[in-house]
Design a protein around this ligand. Structure first.
Ligand code: BGC
Length: 267
């Protein structure tokens, strides 16, 4: 299928809920072709598709475990066949599996690493391979492809009880920067967004509880919990020619969480 001029084809991993769903919808509202990847939440993916289409985009749902190489290869093959190429990868799929360190099983460690870090590696690699085959694509004189890693403030804020998660996010930081350096001469841009506390299923046991929510707000100088749209708006910007000179950068979208909030009155 030939793509329409200026219509971006965007693959969003983990797009069946939360931040990924918000990003998919935002691209849909801009008329993009949006590939909605999910792993287990089929209903959520269908909901995302409905919203992408309601916004004017074209959607395609693809199930794949991003930590499994053969599934990722199959997914990229289907994307590039259906849409004749790829412009943007939003490397979003991520999980938490929390535990005190002494009790953390190898399985808990490996599951989180597999989705959050290996998954981002595999999808990024396939995106780079796809971009390499489509030179001349993209706005004139601008990047031929774009990758946005969705990381976390925990790529720089240590997190007790979540060592597997924070380690995976710390890994994304160097994966993103090293890759950005390597592919910049090919006119491929690679950036990251590090969200703070965004109200999604991943942390609903915190923001739905009055006391825990109050404690969480102590960590957010801007005094509100974020929404998926807060991240989606920045993802759209990072994937657009408006940000063409930005590569290898992390944008913290966190209401000031990385500003050492304890220092607002102390120190
Ligand atoms: C985590 C959330 C947490 C937030 C701030 C995110 O990366 O997934 O559970 O609320 O960081 O700590």
């Amino acid at each position: 299928m030939a793509i329409k001029e200026n219509v971006q084809t965007v693959l969003v991993t983990g797009a069946s809920s939360g931040i990924g769903q918000g990003i998919a919808i935002a691209f849909g509202m801009r008329g993009a072709n949006v590939v909605i990847n999910y792993y287990s939440d089929e209903k959520g993916a269908a909901d995302t598709l409905k919203k992408v289409e309601a916004g004017g985009g074209k959607g395609l749902i693809l199930k794949a475990d991003v930590g499994e190489e053969d599934e990722v290869l199959r997914m990229f093959k289907e994307v590039t066949e259906e849409f004749d190429g790829l412009d943007v990868l939003i490397n979003n799929a991520g999980i938490q599996d929390d535990s005190a360190f002494a009790d953390m099983s190898l399985e808990q460690w490996e599951n989180v690493m597999s989705t959050n870090l290996t998954g981002q590696f595999l999808c990024a690699r396939e995106a780079i391979r796809a971009f390499g085959k489509q030179k001349g694509r993209g706005a004139k004189g601008k990047a031929i492809g774009n990758i946005v890693f969705i990381s976390s403030v925990h790529d720089i804020i240590p997190w007790a009880g979540h060592v597997n998660y924070a380690s995976s996010k710390g890994g994304i930081l160097m994966l993103m920067k090293s890759l950005a350096l390597e592919v910049a001469p090919q006119k491929i841009r690679v950036n990251a967004i590090s969200p703070g506390a965004i109200a999604t299923d991943i942390n609903d046991e915190v923001w739905k509880d009055k006391k825990k929510k109050k404690d969480l707000l102590e960590l957010i100088p801007y005094k509100r919990i974020g929404l998926p749209e807060d991240i989606a708006n920045v993802a759209v910007f990072l994937a657009s020619p408006d940000s063409d000179y930005i590569t290898g950068t992390t944008i913290y979208v966190d209401g000031g969480m990385t500003l050492y909030p304890g220092f607002v009155e102390n120190g």
